[in-house]
Ligand binder design. Structure first.
Ligand SMILES: [Zn+2]
Length: 575
């Protein structure tokens, strides 16, 4: 027989199963060791000759929990600290090759350190001291249901069917504020109003806070695995960053888990996944989760949301010369290589832009529907039709591009195929900035810092002068990236060079900003290995940060989109 280790991981859309962390593999039949051999082409497959008469075989192996980060998968970073543990079942299962994951039933059990608490969407069948036995579930459900456990854990009820479980490396990190908790309560009400039906029985946000675990968020149908810094819910900047991940992942319960592109709805974890429609799966989740619902629930003020949209629009427009060769859809098709690419040359290569740019594509669709229907229809109607009633237990309804186009046409007739073709599938010199204008707002640049860009600078510890000289610089002066074709690039500066001085002044983020603000050419001294040299950036444009500005006389459609819909949402619009 042949058994396999999961290769393509749902939600990662890449062949990132951490096979290199499998060790100590032994196969036995009736207690006697039998040899295994790895497939010579497919490294994730193992062949064994089952002895005649054997009714079963036992496969035993260990998973090496990494203490460093490598590769691109969520398993390829630490999953445990001295105080907490994340169990992702795709790391620790093998299954018979060729059997659909829905058709395999598994019984899992775990033993936890004494005194630790745990939470998971998996149903528990028995608990004896430190051992927990879970009820039999399909392999699909098992892999969709991570377990978090730890010494410091706080469960926060949200509604009768939803809660947040925060697990952290310290007790003080569990102090999520009542104001943020109230926003999550609003979020549940707003998703009910938006989609009109739930496809979860219960839902839990499993939030893990540790400085030793990589920052991540991975969606599941009835839970989500969110990993943030230890101060992710206590530091105001970190919270501003973390909180919208909760709305993003929650939207995936509808868009991503209940409805999923057919190319990502594979029968098992060895079949390659096709990422093409991630501009719907992730892109519409960015629109609803990170933009529309973040405002409707009060997670962000309308002004913060506009600053976010302005940064997204400016970054996709100004900092993406790669858009002249790579269409947006190709960033989705090519997730497996883009997600393992080096951190530099993102502007020319493009990144996983189907997230951010699709915010504008779906805002464009939303404002188009509103304009064509005289304000009586919106993308909310698409959301109800596509992701909504009838309510159900967790199930999967795959879709194709035709299904998306047809549903849009049922909301409002339009040439939606051509609409998506020009914005997603063809090279487009600019992102659809007209979506903002149709919302009553224009993208402008001035010398006032952008709220979201400043927030990003603080949590990435990087100075962002991408919109001026075309450069991002780390605290120690190392250039993390350069805008291909921009002023710094034209001067000869490259990622990896370390800036030591600017205009005769020792490098600091403040000096860089001051000299740009003074509209002086920049004489930049750099070091890289044994090289030292100087470059001149001749750009006198001064500071530039993106913002949205009201277009006089135009209807404020953007504010109408952000208006809370749920009765009893505890915040006022327009703040
Ligand atoms: Zn997502």
């Amino acid at each position: 027989m042949t058994f396999v280790y999961p290769k393509w991981v749902p939600g990662e859309h890449t062949p990132t199963g951490p096979l290199m962390q499998m060790a100590g593999l032994h196969v036995r039949a009736g207690g006697a060791e039998i040899p295994w051999s790895r497939d010579r082409v497919d490294m994730f497959a193992f062949h064994v000759d089952v002895p005649a008469g054997a009714q079963s075989i036992d496969v035993d192996f260990d998973y090496l929990s990494p203490s460093s980060t490598f590769g691109a998968g969520y398993g390829e970073s630490a999953n445990a600290t001295q105080n907490l543990l994340l169990i992702l079942f795709n790391h620790i299962v093998i299954y018979p090759a060729g059997v659909p994951s829905d058709e395999l039933t598994l019984r899992a059990s775990v033993r936890l350190p004494a005194g630790w608490k745990f939470d998971t969407a998996l149903p528990v069948s028995a608990r004896n001291a430190d051992r927990i036995d879970f009820a039999p579930v399909s392999l699909t459900t098992l892999i969709d249901s991570p377990i978090v456990a730890g010494a410091y854990m706080r469960t926060i009820p949200i509604t009768d069917t939803t809660h947040i479980t925060v697990t952290a490396d310290s007790n003080s990190a569990l102090a999520m504020s009542d104001a943020r908790i109230a926003q999550i309560r609003n979020l549940v009400a707003e998703t009910d109003a938006l989609f009109g039906a739930r496809h979860y029985r219960t839902y839990r946000w499993l939030v893990t806070l540790s400085d030793l675990i990589e920052v991540q968020g991975l969606e599941h149908h009835q839970s989500t695995d969110i990993r943030q810094a230890e101060n992710g819910l206590t530091d105001p900047d970190q919270t501003a960053r973390t909180i919208t991940i909760l709305s993003h992942e929650f939207v995936h319960s509808w868009n991503g888990k209940y409805r999923r592109p057919a190319g990502l709805a594979t029968a098992d974890y060895q079949q390659p996944m096709i990422g093409e429609l991630l501009f719907v799966y992730e892109g519409m989740t960015r629109y609803f989760g990170d933009f529309v619902l973040s405002a409707r629930s009060g997670m962000r003020t309308a002004e913060e949301d506009r600053e976010y949209a302005a940064w997204v629009a400016a970054n996709q427009d100004h900092n993406r010369p790669g858009r002249h060769w790579r269409p947006l859809a190709d960033t989705a098709v090519n997730v497996p290589t883009i997600s393992v690419a080096p951190g530099e040359e993102v502007p020319y290569r493009r990144g996983l832009d189907y997230y951010d740019e699709s915010l504008l594509v779906w805002l464009d669709a939303d404002t188009t529907i509103r304009a064509k229907s005289g304000g009586s229809k919106s993308l909310d109607d698409f959301a109800k039709m596509f992701f909504g009633p009838p309510p159900s237990a967790p199930m999967l309804k795959p879709y194709t591009l035709d299904d998306v186009v047809n549903a849009l046409n049922r909301v409002v007739p339009n040439d939606w195929r051509a609409f998506l073709d020009s914005r997603v599938y063809r090279v487009a010199p600019h992102p659809p900035l007209r979506a903002l204008e149709a919302g009553g707002w224009g993208l402008v640049y001035n010398d006032t810092p952008n709220w979201y860009q400043s927030l990003r600078e603080r949590f990435t510890k990087t100075t962002d002068e991408s919109f001026t000289v075309g450069i991002w610089v780390k605290q120690d002066g190392t250039i993390s990236d350069v805008v291909y074709g921009g002023p710094a690039y034209a001067a000869g500066l490259m990622p990896g060079m370390k800036i030591t001085a600017i205009n005769g002044r020792k490098y600091s983020a403040g000096v860089l900003r001051e000299e740009i603000r003074a509209k002086k050419p920049l004489d930049v001294h750099v070091e890289q290995g044994t090289f030292a040299g100087a470059f001149r950036i001749d750009d006198r444009g001064g500071e530039r940060f993106p913002h949205l500005e009201r277009i006089a006389g135009a209807a404020d459609v953007l504010s109408e989109i952000m208006r809370p819909r749920a009765r009893g949402s505890q915040h006022a619009a327009g703040d």
